[in-house]
Design a protein. Structure first.
Length: 354
């Protein structure tokens, strides 16, 4: 009998490769399972049983995102085992800032020709990200679409669902004058600004295999450092301390993210120089001949998440974060709004730039 999948294989879709890939990742996915998971991969949908016994009014929180052109860096370096962490981080960090506990994650992997070894590396990163976030990799989709993507390339999307009690949603509404801004250190560039990064790499002729100037680490590794997942830190802080607002610093840097949580009548004032800036940002600034205001409008510049806390709690928050082995600093405060003042200001020594 003729191979029933021969016609599809000749069209560029290898069904057997897809089946082999699923078999290879079952163990990786199973490592992420939490108590709520009641299904295995391979079904039409993932099943998750909610436990809301300790909540008065449970609310589901959902987010979706991708990795953007950081994928191009993975292709250039032929390194695919960390990009999945970025994928998880971008959605998980978005729901964390609203006080939600991540429950489960779904991924979408699309490519012109499925290479099981590469795809397995990607999923290994997704599984690692889910373990760091404390959520289950509940399912996903692998799509092989001949001629749709460039040879050797793929695209990723991720979807995260979390849970929070309605009374414990963090929405910034209680932010008031005098509150402190605490910055949690980023692990590097995270997953934003890579269109400019790639342009500067090309313009400068940077050797990705050589150490990035100012470091002893190959440039490719610096640019592929995965996005930090703040689940453990945020969940620990929320258990015992008052957090009025949180910001995931992504595309648009400080200026286009912090203002999203500010209530009427207040503004955020940051003091540049109060936190450590990793060498990669120094290189980008020099290579692109950029000002710090421009940098802060594109990159996280060393701060991956901003917390707004009562003034009297700032020291306790810092102590708790440092006790978890993470870096954090008081980087500004909340002030009253004044005529024509921007919602977000950054002070550079004696000069204020907005």
């Amino acid at each position: 009998m003729a191979d029933r999948s021969q016609a599809y294989t000749e069209a560029g879709v290898d069904i057997q490769a897809a089946n082999t890939f699923v078999d290879r990742i079952k163990g990786l996915v199973a490592q992420t399972y939490t108590k709520g998971v009641i299904s295995e991969i391979g079904g039409f949908g993932g099943l998750f049983k909610l436990n809301t016994a300790d909540m008065e009014a449970p609310v589901l929180v959902a987010s979706t995102d991708g990795v953007g052109t950081k994928l191009k860096m993975a292709f250039l370096a032929d390194k695919h085992d960390t990009i999945g962490i970025d994928l998880v981080a971008m959605s998980v960090n978005d729901i964390l800032v609203q006080g939600a506990k991540p429950l489960f994650f779904l991924d979408y992997f699309a490519t012109s020709q499925l290479r099981p070894d590469v795809a397995e590396q990607v999923v290994s990163g997704i599984a690692e990200g889910c373990k760091q976030a404390g959520c289950a990799l509940l399912g996903g989709e692998t799509a092989e679409m001949p001629d749709f993507y460039a040879q050797g390339e793929y695209d990723l999307s991720g979807f995260c669902v979390g849970l929070v009690d309605n009374a414990k949603i963090v929405d910034g509404s209680g932010i008031a004058v005098g509150d402190k801004l605490i910055g949690l250190a980023s692990s590097g560039l995270h997953s934003n600004g890579y269109s400019l990064v790639r342009k500067l790499i090309k313009d400068t002729g940077l050797d990705l295999s050589a150490p990035l100037p100012g470091t002893s680490t190959p440039a490719a590794e610096v640019f592929l450092e995965p996005t930090k997942i703040y689940a453990r830190t945020v969940r620990t802080l929320l258990r015992d301390l008052k957090i009025k607002g949180m910001v995931h610093v992504t595309g648009g840097g400080f200026y286009d993210n912090v203002d999203r949580i500010l209530p009427r009548g207040v503004r955020a004032q940051f003091d540049f120089g109060t936190w450590d800036i990793p060498p990669v940002f120094q290189w980008l600034k020099k290579a692109g001949e950029l000002s710090w205001p421009e940098m802060l409008n594109i990159f996280n510049c060393g701060i991956g998440m901003v917390l707004v806390v009562p003034r009297e709690s700032a020291d306790d928050v810092l102590s708790r974060v440092h006790g978890l082995g993470e870096q954090a600093w008081v980087i500004g405060d909340i002030r009253s709004m004044r005529d024509k003042a921007p919602l977000v200001d950054v002070t550079f020594a004696q000069q204020t730039c907005s």
